[in-house]
Design a protein around this ligand. Structure first.
Ligand SMILES: Nc1ncnc2c1ncn2[C@@H]1O[C@H](COP(=O)(O)OP(=O)(O)OP(=O)(O)O)[C@@H](O)[C@H]1O
Ligand SMILES: [Mg+2]
Length: 303
């Protein structure tokens, strides 16, 4: 007679065998994931977009995310200056079909990678349909190389930047507590809400004097955007005004690397938690990832 314990063991052993067999017979097909595209923007300039892009990328990379930064602030190359790294090639070389995407990826600190936009996303509009398709197919490689693509743009009330915003999966809007910065942020949210009320917009308050002040700004923005524009904003946190940021910028180093114990570095690490993937990411299709993003971007720019 088998005792209870022995029966149980047998049942469990059988189960394990079955599971093992299942694993052998029906290998789970690896689901292709595409990268999340996050556009960082602001209404007013000089509020901290580039610093946030870089240090958020580093914080996410430290949490094992594969992050690629795209510097789309054409004209004023921002990312290179703050990384203190001069990339050899830019997106323009891909647009002109002189280089492939792997050749224009530059290594940044902490395993991050970045792409310099070079002078002229405008050139995209000049391409014919076949050239655009080739460009997008080439760029689609990024979906395999990155979990998250963070795009740093110029201040956001121009048509070009608006295209980047509306095309993105997610928008990260930066403001300071200054009234001018808040009203410009609101104007930008309004422009987005006219095109897409469902757009996921997260907000960061930068250079604030206190937690209370930052939370006050966040709460007010969330409230008015909901009430008057019918758009629901996601408060993503704040970064206090911190001289470490100014010092790091002068040394062309990311503040979170140069001053990892600073208040700003703590704040950006907190913010990064909000951008870690939750649940399963979307499966790859024609509309997802950098491929979907670029298709939308080009169609908005051509419209
Ligand atoms: N948390 C902070 N504390 C103190 N100073 C800050 C902070 N964040 C940014 N700064 C200052 O603001 C300046 C502008 O920051 P940054 O270049 O990141 O802004 P930006 O929004 O990218 O500007 P632009 O619109 O010109 O691209 C920095 O050089 C730095 O001196
Ligand atoms: Mg910038």
């Amino acid at each position: 007679m088998m005792d209870q314990a022995e029966k149980l063991r047998q049942v469990i052993d059988n189960l394990k065998l079955k599971q093992a067999a299942n694993r052998v017979l029906t290998p789970v097909a690896p689901v292709k994931r595409s990268a999340r595209v996050i556009t960082v923007t602001s209404g007013k300039g000089g509020v901290g977009k580039t610093n946030i892009t870089i240090n958020l990328a580093i914080a996410l990379s430290e949490q094992k995310q594969r992050v690629i930064i795209l510097d789309a602030d054409f004209g004023l190359a921002n990312i290179d200056v703050l990384f203190g790294i001069i990339p050899q090639y830019t997106l323009l070389d891909v647009i002109k079909n002189k280089k492939n995407i792997l050749e224009i990826l530059t290594n940044g600190p902490r395993n991050t990678k970045f792409i310099s936009g070079g002078s002229g996303v405008e050139d995209l509009i000049k391409l014919d349909q076949q050239q655009i398709s080739r460009f997008i197919e080439n760029m689609a490689m990024l979906d395999k190389l990155a979990d998250i693509i963070i795009i740093d743009t110029g201040a956001g009330l121009s048509e070009n930047v608006m295209s980047f915003i509306v095309a993105a999966d997610e928008v990260l809007l930066v403001t300071t507590p200054e009234p001018t910065s808040i009203t410009d942020a609101y104007a930008l949210i309004k422009m987005v809400s006219n095109r897409d009320k469902e757009k996921k917009i997260s907000v960061i308050v930068n250079k604030s004097e206190s937690n209370a002040e930052a939370n006050d700004v966040l709460n007010k923005l969330v409230l008015v955007a909901g009430k008057f524009l019918g758009i629901s904003l996601e408060p993503a946190g704040y970064i206090l005004h911190d001289e470490s940021v100014v010092k790091a910028v002068k040394q062309q180093q990311p503040f979170s690397i140069m001053y990892p114990k600073s208040q700003a570095a703590k704040n950006i690490r907190e913010i990064s938690e909000k951008f870690m993937p939750r649940g399963s990411s979307s499966e790859m299709n024609q509309n997802s990832g950098i491929r979907g993003f670029l298709s939308r971007l080009v169609s908005f720019m051509k419209a």
